[in-house]
Design a protein around this ligand. Structure first.
Ligand SMILES: [Zn+2]
Length: 96
């Protein structure tokens, strides 16, 4: 069987090029991961979506959606709590 070759100048197959950041506009692919990380770092305190918006550079809608995603994960929940930052009692995502 003849090995398949790509038409490169060297004749070697083109290596798998990792996805390069900045080439495609994707809205915060790791925002939920950043929120999770933040919650874990601040435990037992938790910040509301609005305070997370200021901490992580994203819109409130993006933070809200990502916070809801994190809340569905094992060990996290979303309920009325006081935000350690602004002291308001609002629905926020924190660790159980
Ligand atoms: Zn807050």
């Amino acid at each position: 069987m003849i090995p398949l070759r790509t038409a490169g100048r060297t004749g070697r197959p083109t290596p798998c090029v990792p996805w390069r950041e900045g080439r495609v506009a994707i809205t915060h692919p790791s925002l939920a991961a950043q929120i999770r990380q933040h919650i874990e770092a601040q435990y037992p305190y938790a910040a509301c979506d609005e305070c997370l918006t200021a901490l992580l550079v994203a819109t409130l809608d993006e933070i809200h959606a990502a916070a809801l995603t994190v809340a569905k994960e094992e060990g996290f929940e979303r309920r009325l709590r006081s935000c350690y930052n602004c002291q308001r009692t609002v629905e926020l995502t924190g660790q159980v």
